[in-house]
Design a protein around this ligand. Sequence first.
Ligand code: TEU
Ligand code: CA
Length: 634
Amino acid sequence: MKKGSTITRSSRLKDVLSSPAGHDIIARLLYSLGIDEKAVSRGPIGNLSIGSLPKISFGKFDQAFLDALLTLLNSQAEYPEETPAKKEKKWWKEAVVYQVYPRSFRDSNGDGIGDIPGIIEKLDYLKDLGVGAIWLGPVFDSPNDDNGYDVRDYRKIQQEFGTMEDMDSLIREVHRRGMKLLIDLVLNHTSDEHAWFRKALEDPSSPCRDYYFFRRGGEKQIPNNWDSLFSGPAWRRFPEQEAWALHLFTKKQMDLNWDNPAVRRELAQIACWWLDKGVDGFRLDVISFISKDEGLPDGNPVIGQLMGFTGVEHYFHGPHLDQYLQQFRRESFGKYDSYTVGECAGNGIMLSRLLTGDDRGELDTVFNFDHCENPKRKRFDLYTFDLRPMARELLRWQTEYSPHCWPTVFFENHDLPRMTSKACPDGFCRKELAKLLATMEFTLRGTPYIYQGQELGMENCPFPSLGDFRDVETLNKYSELLGKGMSPRRAFRHILCGSRDNARTPMQWDDTRMAGFTDGPSSWIMVNPDHRDINVETEDGDPDSVLSYYRRMIRLRRGSDALIYGDFFVGNSSRDVLVYERKGEDGRYVVELNLTPRFQKRTISLERLERILGNYEKTGQILHPFEANVYKVR
Ligand code: TEU
Ligand code: CA
């Protein structure tokens, strides 16, 4: 198929794979049907027409779905240029990034809430770990409906976290230690308490009204069928005005209208204001959602079911996303020596190529989450996570993402339960698993991200009751499940495994009652009882601890051109054992990973290989559960 030509019902599946949106969408569809993408690009399925999808899916995908799919496929006509890659060396390709969740890192004044002075107290710990940059969760003034992801004032610090002077000294102290600071900008939406939204409500004729998506309509006239990602409809009603406003997240997180040039200007000014203060870049919250299809049309129900939320096809990579990002970069961070990572769920390899190519002038890197759950599974499902499909997905990003692009490598963040608990719920291989993940994290090509506590092998928290949860998404989910007729006991099990609060319990500094997080009597969310064994102080003195392994792994990566910039090759692997190689100025490294909690046969010969790191004391003929080894080729 020729570039830019229209996709129709008679187009063949394998042709669609050559268009960026088509590639990512078809790949995702096949994933949900359990069909390997190669069966389409190379095998006979590729010759089937799009029009045959209803038939091969046994009606799962109907005619309306086909229409929606064709519209979507044809909406994203842009192709990446095929110019030579720049392959520049950059600080952000070399740095290990550490994500700090401010509320739960360290409380300096005993009120039970983590704060900026608390973070400053712990900078030497991060430096010592080998961290190159810190991603700081949002610390802006906020009514805290979604722990700071609902911003009331972008130029003010949340009182509980400290003052602007504290923030200035954080920037200074980070820089003094040779590290960089990235802040978390939430620009898809503001709090309903932001001055713009308040003005928009008070005076519907003010220019601020068009900063948001207001639609007129009575109680029964909801503007469309989109779901909020945090349960319920994506529209909030303002009865006194006979109007509705759009919120993809909580009722207090109002979506900004990026189609309004004034909004884009204001947001670029906010970014510049922080860059001028000295921050080194941004993590851009749900940035891929900023452009919505014109007219906000209804979402297709089948796509909705597939993706978990109705309406996503109208904003996950909207019509003006690339253009808005180019403008945003030009007018803000593009003028600085900065680094920007965008949260871009749902954008697969090809669409991310558009977002991050070094010839595109948009973002530096993105977070994609396709590897974070197993095929056909969602976060709140009860299941034991299998590392094998995750590894396959990560490998695709290693081998198919363009040389123009730089991946990110991560397993955890503040929205995801702990990987240790997901993949090893009974905990018997916790340390081995945590070390295996570290081995992958620092030997794959891309910027590695550690989420606080991951370096200790922290686990999910056994929250005893509903009252112990804090996260708005979790609480909404619980009501949603009860509303669907699920028993309270069962609904509780679902939130226990999927809740974001699992990652948000306090950082575990020592084995004392409050884990060294606070000197006060209590904390805003419970401390995980496993802190008696899993904590910085205990692990610090133990050469066999997860923390010690992280330090060694990071040291190895930091000194190695091969592990950072080197070429990547897949080695002789089996279904259960993954082997890959990195090659650069300092030689060749071979990484060997048993992705299963079972014993497995080795797939390579160790002749000419010198083992330099591993998560078992020795390696034998047979690989132990989750065994990981790094070898240097002699
Ligand atoms: O997350 C956006 C987001 O899409 C996730 O919360 C997602 O719903 C979940 O991870 C699905 O697995 C960002 C922030 O990271 C999150 O903390 C905020 O709550 C959200 O945006 C709204 O700002
Ligand atoms: Ca505090």
